[in-house]
Design a protein around this ligand. Structure first.
Ligand SMILES: NC(=O)c1ccc[n+]([C@@H]2O[C@H](COP(=O)([O-])OP(=O)(O)OC[C@H]3O[C@@H](n4cnc5c(N)ncnc54)[C@H](OP(=O)(O)O)[C@@H]3O)[C@@H](O)[C@H]2O)c1
Length: 371
């Protein structure tokens, strides 16, 4: 009895500490908007900022201080950027688990937005010797929706191949590296294998179709009627129009399923896998489907199920790195991979660009051009 009482008291105390920690974190959650002093920036630049979570309406084009590179950094004049679902996850603070994991409980900690960019190096820190002013580069760094971005020279930034435009290069970082890592690292795609890509016409999908072909796969893309031709033109051997045919009812068995939509139960996805097949969950769900843990429900199921089935069920967490940016740049330079650009918006139109992306029907990439 005494032990049970001690356990109850301990559990109660832990709960109390957690609730108190949550409340303190909630109340003290703030960002630069709260501390900005009244005076205008001394070296202004235009950037997209947001002070509170919400729909793309919370985004504003503002004059903020132009960044100054430190000794290990580059200052890049952004010529083009691209939007990703990642961006609306940040703007909405959704799913909520993201807020608990550090993006800011009540308000976004980081008020700048955007990751993918391509541009020209304007200045370099004194320890940087692999880049020089005037170099054309592309990469990923928070705050890409701006006239300038500051990036660490040893992080995800590389020289842009000469034949690749700024818009094409800005389309690459998140989408193409996600596609590459899904095909190569998680899917372990081998020549001759059958690969199905659910969501073949979006930002990640258009790259995934081409990259799976580079790896020698026989590719089936799933998309709607209006995108059948474009997916085929990217090299897909077969295209399933999801408005007419349910891929999970197919009699074909795939070695790898890359799921960018996550709209089918795991059991149905497993049905079209070979016995040793690999299911790679990349993402899924729109702004309305996020809740507390959003697309993480599926990976939890995978984690529970995976030890008991012969197929491999994995979730991808893509990472931006120099090696893969260089590889995709080389594939583009060689004409083996290209970015499909759906729409272009100006920097001031980032809210419109995100509203469009959030509808979930972009065809390839949505690009931001920066003057
Ligand atoms: N795990 C990671 O590290 C990681 C990294 C990057 C992205 N992601 C996630 O991956 C997902 C895809 O990203 P994205 O940039 O490709 O998004 P996206 O560009 O917004 O995807 C839009 C595409 O999805 C297609 N689509 C919509 N409903 C479909 C359905 N029922 N069946 C098949 N296709 C459908 C649309 O085609 P139609 O117009 O023809 O319907 C459209 O072309 C997102 O959830 C994103 O958050 C994850």
């Amino acid at each position: 009895m005494k032990v049970i009482r001690i356990l109850k008291w301990t559990a109660g105390a832990i709960l109390l500490v957690l609730v108190a920690a949550f409340l303190v974190a909630w109340v003290t959650s703030s960002n630069d908007c709260d501390h900005r002093n009244a005076g205008p920036p001394s070296q202004p630049m235009k950037a997209i900022v947001y002070c509170d979570y919400g729909s793309p309406d919370v985004l504003k084009l503002a004059d903020i201080e132009k960044p100054v590179p430190n000794d290990n950094e580059l200052l890049i004049r952004v010529r083009a950027a691209s939007v990703n679902p990642f961006d609306w996850h940040y703007v909405r603070g959704a799913p909520y688990v993201g807020r608990l994991m550090g993006i800011g409980l009540r308000k976004p900690k980081e008020i700048r937005l955007g990751v993918d960019y391509a541009g020209t190096v304007e200045a370099v820190g004194k320890n940087v010797n692999q880049f020089k002013p005037g170099d054309e580069v592309f990469g990923g760094r928070t705050g890409a929706f701006a006239q300038y971005v500051r990036a660490r020279a040893d992080r995800a930034v590389v020289l842009k191949p000469a034949s690749v435009t700024f818009e094409q290069a800005a389309s690459v970082p998140i989408a193409a590296l996600t596609a590459l890592q899904a095909v190569r690292d998680e899917g372990k795609v081998q020549p001759g294998q059958k690969v199905l890509i659910n969501g073949a016409s979006g930002g990640v999908g258009t790259f995934a179709v081409q990259i799976a072909k580079v790896f020698g796969a026989e590719v089936t893309g799933v998309c709607s009627t209006r995108n059948v031709e474009i997916v085929r033109s990217l090299g897909a051997d077969r295209v399933i129009d999801y408005t007419r045919e349910d891929f999970t009812k197919s009699t074909t068995r795939y070695d790898v399923v890359l799921d960018l939509i996550g709209n089918r139960p795991l059991l149905e996805n497993r049905r079209v896998l070979t016995t040793k097949g690999i299911y790679v969950l990349v993402g899924g769900g729109g702004p309305e489907d996020q809740g507390l843990i959003g697309p993480l429900v599926q990976p939890v199921k995978e984690f529970i199920l995976s030890p008991f089935v012969s197929q491999k069920l994995v979730m991808l967490f893509a990472e931006l790195n120099k090696k893969d940016l260089t590889l995709v740049g080389d594939l583009m330079q060689a004409g083996k991979v290209k970015a499909v650009i759906d729409r272009r918006y100006k920097l001031s139109e980032v809210p419109e660009a995100l509203r469009y992306l959030e509808k979930g029907h972009a065809r390839g990439k949505v690009v931001i051009t920066v003057d």
